[in-house]
Write a protein that binds this ligand. Structure first.
Ligand code: COA
Ligand code: AMP
Length: 632
């Protein structure tokens, strides 16, 4: 038996022994009574009875062990021309002070705090400060518009919001404060207090009585100590796209999360204390939560917080510059970023300008990685490239080449094998495991390991309905794929209406809700069409109400503006067309998957229940007009 097979087998056969061993690497104020508590199965809890503080384990523990002067966080912002470093001691002190400011504002353990911030160190400080006092943070990605923020305010019902005056995108300053004000206005839950970081690029008007300046809020405040929390207490809620316009609030606990992330740094990423680890994502996504903030700090690494892009800040050598300048050992990003670099610098000429001698491995996730991109990265960088698969719900990699255990042969296009703790199988419609190389629904046998979601925020029923009911005893991932005869996992597509645009997970259902609300639209469908750079792009097809005299171009322009205003720039919704009718089954179900195949030039069989097959030709003609649906 190989080391990987042995460890994976043990993690599934003796989960309690396995995870108790991993948990001992952390500091517990009180040890757990039970490692795995199945008393409320299929909702499982890890380390019940145990008491822990995630912030203590991420910061104070290292300072006390002599790591205080090591850099904990390097802030590198080509967008503002800043490079700054905070040691573990400095970061702990800043977190303790901001935690004191939260306490002074009346925030207490269990209260929610929304963090709507750009990629600045203060965002990390705010998250860890919440963890320190047991407040539950909910970070909202800066690219979302006010109505999306309002939805999250209404679901999380925060006691306080931490925000900043602006974010910075290439060539433009994105003012956050007007979006925040609008969101608070839209939300039914009334937010009493906001703390706002004024950035020099733009100062926001503060609302007296409600808004406090970041620095003033901390003036004369006592630093706060870490509180003892139940391992099962929530650390954060992170909203992610579902099939409808209502995002799902993924709940992460304290104990299982810290144990799993700490373990993943060693087993999956082969990262040791003192190593420099860089995840080029955003703190608003799960990759940012897990691999910019929590995991590297729990492991005693130096994490890099990068406020920039892979290209254009200033060029396609930006990543290599950061890796060289900060001595990055492990680098994690989305395949899209590599496709953008490859487009600007196809020969990878900029790579040779930098000393990448400390760089050991590249990890790619967030979307399917095309084999060409993997091979290009391997060729140009001459380091192992690891495609690994996971999701917001799971919190950490579920399938990967676990280099910290054993490097397995790479098969470009496959996420390699299940990570210890995950029993991943491919099931058919009836729930039976399919033969190797057969595509089916990817499911994970319960219990999920520590670190995966414990439930949805205030919605156990939703958790059961969306993830657990389809196959009793299993978690439904929402992805389709297959396992090959060597046990390698191949993720092929989603089985629902979620699309992946530039590594960002988006709901076509949410976009359809926005289009359908336009007064001229009778019905609509949004599909994800293949895009060479971003993986997928959303495309809207709308049927207008009878008697609409407006030009189609005007309607399309209004629809594009509406999606940007309601969901945000990140939706990247820029294409729509007016069609005479939508293809449907006789029972009225819109054939989105069929239209997607037509757009991508992929083979398909129209369902036997299709109402009128001629509509497919009409749709193909419209899609061809937009540059899709190649004639095969
Ligand atoms: N705040 C405000 N606006 C934001 C934003 C933020 N935090 N992040 C993105 N946007 C805006 C962009 O400015 C862009 O606006 P535009 O329509 O006016 O151009 C829009 O949202 C779409 O952004 P994006 O999809 O990121 O496209 P892009 O063309 O700006 O950049 C890449 C393309 C490939 C460079 C970029 O997508 C990228 O770096 N991707 C890496 C993916 C990643 O980190 N994923 C995280 C999961 S691991
Ligand atoms: P998110 O919750 O934003 O992390 O998105 C999770 C989804 O992204 C998964 O369910 C997959 O559909 C997709 N995904 C993430 N990583 C990969 C990967 N390595 N290969 C294929 N798809 C991936």
């Amino acid at each position: 038996m190989t080391p990987y097979t042995e460890i994976h087998r043990r993690s599934l056969e003796q989960p309690e022994t396995f995870w108790a061993e991993q948990a001992r690497a952390l500091h517990w104020e009180r040890p757990w009574d039970r490692v795995l508590d199945d008393s409320a199965a299929p909702l499982y809890r890890w380390f019940t009875g145990g008491r822990i503080n995630t912030c203590y384990n991420a910061l104070d523990r290292h300072v006390e062990a002599g790591r205080g002067e090591q850099a904990a966080l390097i802030y590198d912002s080509p967008l503002t021309g800043t490079v700054a470093s905070l040691s573990y001691r400095e970061l702990r002190d800043r977190v303790a002070l901001f935690a004191g400011a939260l306490l002074r504002q009346g925030v207490s353990s269990g209260d929610r705090v929304i963090v709507y911030m750009p990629m600045v160190p203060e965002a990390v400080v705010a998250m860890l400060a919440c963890a320190r006092i047991g407040a539950v943070h909910s970070v909202v990605f800066g690219g979302f518009a006010a109505p999306e923020l309002a939805k999250r305010i209404d679901d999380a019902r925060p006691a306080l919001i931490v925000s900043a005056s602006c974010g910075i995108e290439p060539g433009r300053v994105v003012e956050y404060k007007p979006l925040l004000d609008q969101a608070i206005q839209l939300a039914a839950h009334k937010v009493q207090r906001c703390i706002v970081l004024q950035r020099p690029q733009c100062r926001a008007a503060l609302q007296p009585g409600r808004d406090l300046d970041w620095h003033e809020a901390q003036a004369g405040v006592e630093p706060a100590a870490c509180v003892s929390l139940a391992a099962t207490d929530p650390l954060y809620v992170l909203y992610t796209s579902g099939t409808t316009g209502k995002p799902k609030g993924v709940v992460r606990d304290n104990g299982g999360h810290a144990v799993a992330l700490h373990y993943s740094m060693q087993a999956v990423f082969d990262a040791n204390p003192g190593d420099v680890f860089w995840a080029a994502s955003d703190v608003g996504w799960v990759v940012g939560h897990s691999y910019i903030v929590y995991a590297p700090l729990l492991r005693g690494c130096t994490t890099v917080l990068y406020e920039g892009k892979p290209v254009g800040t200033p060029d396609a050598g930006a990543f290599w510059r950061v890796i060289a300048q900060h001595g990055v050992k492990i680098f994690f990003t989305a395949p899209t970023a590599f496709r953008a670099i490859k487009k600007d610098d196809p020969q990878g000429l900029l790579i040779s300008r930098y000393d990448l001698s400390k760089f050991e491995a590249l990890y790619l996730a967030g979307e399917r990685c095309d084999p060409d991109t993997i091979v290009w990265a391997q060729d140009k960088l001459k380091v192992p490239v690891v495609d690994h698969w996971w999701q917001t719900e799971l919190g950490w990699p579920a399938a990967a080449n676990c280099r910290g255990i054993e490097s397995l042969p790479v098969k470009p296009g496959s996420a390699t094998v299940p990570v210890p703790g995950f029993d991943i199988r491919v099931l058919d419609e009836a729930g039976a495991e399919v033969a190797p190389d057969t595509i089916g629904n990817i499911a994970i046998k319960l219990p999920l390991p520590p670190g995966a979601l414990s439930t949805l925020w205030n919605n156990d029923e939703g958790y059961r309905k969306h993830y657990l009911e389809r196959y009793p005893g299993w978690y439904l991932t929402g992805d389709a794929g297959n396992v090959d005869p060597d046990g390698y996992l191949w993720i092929m597509s989603r089985i629902d209406d979620i699309i992946n645009v530039a590594g960002h997970r988006l709901s076509t259902g949410a976009m359809e809700e926005v289009l359908a609300a336009h007064p001229d639209v009778a019905e609509c469908a949004v599909i994800g069409v293949a895009d060479a750079m971003k993986g997928q792009l959303p495309l809207g097809l709308v049927v207008l109400k009878a008697g609409v005299a407006k030009g189609h171009e005007d309607v399309v322009r209004e629809l594009v503006a509406r999606v940007r205003e309601h969901i945000g720039a990140v939706a990247a919704f820029k294409q729509a067309a007016v069609v005479a009718r939508l293809p449907k089954t006789r029972s009225g179900k819109v054939l989105r998957a069929t239209m997607r195949c037509i757009a991508d030039g992929a083979a398909f069989t129209a369902p036997a229940t299709i109402d009128d097959p001629k509509i497919l030709d009409e749709i193909a003609a419209v899609l061809r007009g937009l540059g899709y649906a190649p004639k095969t």
